[in-house]
Design a protein around this ligand. Structure first.
Ligand code: PHE
Length: 356
């Protein structure tokens, strides 16, 4: 029996479709090929539909051949589809490859310490080097520690609400770090060598040299035979560590209720080296004085020791010195900051100039 024309056409069609399937370069092209050779309007579908019009003796062979071509093409399309999917995935993975050895995003610049914190730490280091212990104390303080046990009589003007923030009748925001002298001695028998950094508060209107919150560093040394000369030597060491190796210190008479005698302490001007002159002008840092006032100090008043005699501070047997300095003031002097308020305005153009 001669091969029917339809069967021959099917062979051609099959070969043509197979070639088209292998040639399809991506899934879209493959879909187009599938529609063209297997879709509802494809020649193959037309042939399958026309089988019933063929003479009965041809129907079987043509039907078989057509179905064979269709299932073979179905298989080829499915296989090609898998191949193309794999290839596309691989191509995408290749494209998206991340080089994990590349440096990452640059780290955000780390912040740094505020100038006042930096100076506080420098001061702590200096005094730790001299054998002092660093303590901190409450900023909200009893009037007793802030004034009474520091030998302020009840009528002392510093107690007035113009000069002190009162939280209640007996509680204040500490106006200085000196209350920690008493607290430290209550907690620890002599000998004692402590420094106490921290915030203090005073109802001042802000100007170039005043803000209502600032920082002090208190010092206290009590032992059997401490003298004013020890205070001077200690402060000279501090001045040399903070301002320069040839610093001198000068004690002038002063007054504080809780020290006797009391002194105001100056350091030689580290800008003009004590000469008071800047070329033919006067030195602007020390205003031509050659000396810069830096802190208050004195020998601890026996009346203060009497408040802590229960902890072993017998004024007949021990004595010592205390000092208190403003940390902002030291920061400003050291770095030429002209206005105290600048330290608390948080302008990064200023802050970024300092700090480790
Ligand atoms: N507390 C004093 C002040 O704030 C400073 C000071 C401390 C003076 C210790 C003498 C001894 O001005």
């Amino acid at each position: 029996m001669a091969e029917p024309a339809a069967t021959r056409r099917l062979e051609e069609l099959g070969a043509e479709a197979e070639a088209a399937v292998s040639a399809a370069g991506d899934l879209d092209e493959l879909e187009a090929v599938r529609v063209r050779y297997l879709g509802r309007r494809s020649e193959l579908t037309a042939i399958l539909r026309s089988i019933r019009d063929l003479p009965p003796e041809e129907r079987g062979a043509v039907g078989q051949a057509a179905n064979a071509v269709r299932s073979r093409l179905d298989e080829l399309v499915a296989a090609r589809e898998t191949d193309l999917e794999v290839a596309e995935l691989e191509a995408r993975l290749e494209r998206d490859r991340v080089d994990v050895t590349l440096p990452g995003d640059p780290p955000l610049p780390a912040g740094h310490l505020h100038l006042v914190t930096e100076i506080r730490r420098e001061l702590e280091d200096v005094f730790v080097g001299l054998g002092y212990q660093v303590l901190e104390g409450p900023e909200i303080e009893y009037e007793y520690y802030n004034f009474t046990a520091l030998n302020h009589p009840p009528s002392h003007p510093a107690r007035a609400p113009q000069d002190t923030f009162y939280v209640s009748d007996t509680v204040v925001l500490r106006t200085h770090t000196s209350p920690m002298q008493v607290r430290a001695m209550e907690a620890q028998e002599p000998p004692i060598h402590v420094v106490v950094p921290g915030r203090v508060y005073r109802p001042d209107t802000p100007d170039a040299t005043h803000v209502p919150m600032f920082h002090q560093l208190e010092g206290l040394a009590i032992d059997a035979d401490i003298t004013l000369a020890d205070l001077q030597g200690t402060l000279r060491e501090f001045a040399r560590a903070m301002f320069g190796p040839s610093e001198e210190v000068r004690l002038r008479p002063g007054y504080f209720p809780f020290t006797e005698p009391s002194v105001e302490v100056d350091v030689s001007c580290f800008v003009c080296e004590g000469t008071g002159a800047a070329g033919r002008e006067r030195c602007s840092t020390c205003k031509g004085e050659g000396w810069i006032e830096i802190l208050g100090a004195g020998m601890v008043d026996p009346n203060v020791l009497a408040y802590v005699s229960d902890s072993g501070y017998d004024p007949e047997r021990v004595q010592g010195f205390a000092f208190g300095m403003g940390i902002e003031r030291i920061a400003m002097l050291k770095h030429g900051v002209p206005d105290l308020r600048m330290l608390w305005e948080n302008d990064v153009r200023l802050l970024e100039q300092f700090g480790a």
